[in-house]
Design a protein around this ligand. Structure first.
Ligand code: ZN
Ligand code: ZN
Length: 258
């Protein structure tokens, strides 16, 4: 069973035609199941979560100001329409939620307003500073201590898993994307995360986007972390993080074998 558990509609309209391009790509790649989603910053209801980021840096303000969020209802109309169609493979529908501990009250409310097949919690910022943008070196990586950033990142992840808001945790070691490595051994951290993921019954992603989108030598989650997750019997979800139809299923066959 081949699943691509993380596919974005970000670069196109919320339309049946656009979704079908992903479905066709999935069929071509020989996949059995697609999990389609988009970032919470696409939707107006989540806008208050991004105010702190906009205030924290002018780079971030400029980036978010270019977005034109739309109501969640548009997405759910599309989901309902697609669920009535006969499709050549199984499609599930969800969101990739940009998680920060202070957003919990808003998330509880907004996520409960509609049903989802899955919800992915992902950390994209550390205390209001994005770590995965071209400008992140200037505002974060070259300013703060790398070890402190790793400690805080995994502290937020533990909080996110314990929130029980999510069925899946996105790209769990993506902090490595620009090659800033901590000086301490992360095995104890990985074990804490693995125990929490098992206890709260969430999938941990093996996400190949780090490899082909950020050119990191790892194909997905690092082998030390993966080995610990398996040892703790945590469920693993294979994911491409595709942002265009051409990337659906990218390296999924390779990581599914691991
Ligand atoms: Zn993400
Ligand atoms: Zn993503």
């Amino acid at each position: 069973m081949l699943i691509d558990g993380h596919i974005h509609l970000e670069n196109g309209p919320l339309s049946e035609e656009y979704v079908m391009r992903f479905v066709d790509a999935g069929v071509k790649m020989g996949l059995d199941e697609l999990h389609i989603l988009d970032h919470t910053h696409r939707f107006i209801e989540f806008s208050p979560m991004y105010e702190g980021l906009k205030k924290a840096s002018s780079y971030q303000k400029e980036w978010f100001d270019k977005k034109h969020p739309e109501p969640l209802a548009n997405y759910h109309r599309l989901i309902e329409k697609m669920k009535q169609k006969e499709l050549p493979l199984r499609v599930k529908w969800g969101l990739e939620v940009c998680y920060a501990p202070e957003s919990k009250p808003l998330l509880k409310k907004v996520l409960n307003a509609y049903p989802y097949d899955f919800l992915i919690g992902s950390i994209h910022s550390i205390d209001n500073l994005l770590y995965d943008m071209p400008f992140s070196k200037v505002i974060l990586w070259d300013v703060y201590d790398t070890d402190a950033l790793y400690r805080r990142y995994y502290e937020i992840m533990e909080d996110m898993i314990a929130s029980d808001l999510f069925t899946q945790i996105g790209h769990p070691d993506q902090l490595k994307l620009f090659g800033y490595e901590p000086s301490y051994d992360l095995s104890a951290t990985y074990e804490r995360i693995a125990r929490a993921a098992f206890d709260h019954n969430v999938y941990m992603e093996n996400n190949t986007g780090i490899h082909y989108r950020y050119h990191h030598s790892d194909m997905g989650t690092n082998s030390q972390f993966l080995a610990i997750l398996k040892q703790y019997k945590v469920k693993i979800m294979t994911a491409s993080d595709a942002h265009v139809p051409e990337h659906v299923g990218k390296f999924i066959r390779e990581i599914a074998q691991l």
